[in-house]
Design a binder for this molecule. Sequence first.
Ligand code: SF4
Length: 431
Amino acid sequence: LVDAGRPEVVSVRPNEFRNVKPKILVKDGDTVQLGQPLFHDRNRPEVRFPSPAAGEVVEVRYGRRRVCQQIFIKVAASETAVEHKSWSPGDARKLNRAQLVEAMLDSGLWTSLRQRPFSVIADPEAVPEGIFIAASDNDPLPFDADLALDGREEDFQLGIDLLGKLTEGKVHLCHLRGGGKSRALSGATGCEKHSFSGPYPAGSIEAQIHYVLPYKKGRTVWYLDCQDVAALGEFFRTGAYPVTRVVAVGGEAAVERKHYRTRRGVSADFLQDGKGHLKRKRVVSGSVLGGGKKVTSTGGLGHYDNKFSILPEGDQPEFVGWMLPGFDKVSRFRAYASAPTATKPRSLNTNLGGGVRAHVATGIYEDVCALDILPAHLMKSVLAVDFEEMEALGLHDCAECGLCTFVCPSKIEFGDIIQSGIEEFLKEEEG
Ligand code: SF4
């Protein structure tokens, strides 16, 4: 774990939040304090998104149809923060639910809570059946929760105790078998601990929730990252919006593969020396299999992410590639000469290895899906905009793990289709 120092510029991406219509509150040249709201949700103005730094807003970048893509903030040499009320840990534990919700909304920390189904920001008026803490990761380039929580034991425990007031059920702490060894995780009390094992997505919180409290009509559960639990405790103890974040950088094209102690909104370029090492490399905020989070090397870390995955671009055509035996190719069907050594890790870039073709019913998606879902049928129900079928086929449970996209021999973007189904469903619910 390396201390990365202070970045010169940080950024936030207002368009990364599902079902949020951002109302931008700043413009180029404005000066902001750390923790000052940069935008809020038009439909729920009480849900605010705070600045991860104090300084000057150097650019509010808009894309097509004036949709705000990113807000860049130049970090001031001497930062001032919005001051909130602080409590001793004992007094914080005496707060009631309404006081907690109000303080979290006011500070912007509320945005760290998401709800299942559909992973939207939690509804402050709902009472969840349980709150899940994500402290595990076993995607191809994993993040180490034990490392991230080292030294934050008291804040983490305070965070758990406060979360317990927000639910009528239990707080669930989820980690992988063999993990959860840090003092913060092993010593945590006031929560039910769950240990998971198995290949990816066993470490994904969405899949874990499916196994503990699967979707049923009317059931709401909330979840958040373990670092946000510690941030919650820190906020109530100090009265300042916490911006410290441990971020993993991994992937074959990364210059240095390490965990960095840095802050929210940091760019991959800053963590990798800022010397243009990331040109012609694919920077993904979050999991390589999560989908839809490609960022530029100077783009900021996603609000819910704790890693950058950096891959070689696969934009070089392979001369008569279709004729080659494929000793180094990955194939779920074991269709290449690589089949005898298929279990060995091999180099992967962003090349799809083929063009989009008609869908063929092979059963491969059902093979890899870890949940009780039939991905091919689900995809068809989304394309037919059949809401009843989508629900019956498991849209609400889908962990959006990306495996069905990864193995698809027809190169169909299942992830995008599932996302569009979720968005349609949310629109339908809004009426
Ligand atoms: S349907 Fe696809 S994205 Fe959803 S859980 Fe199954 S494999 Fe993952």
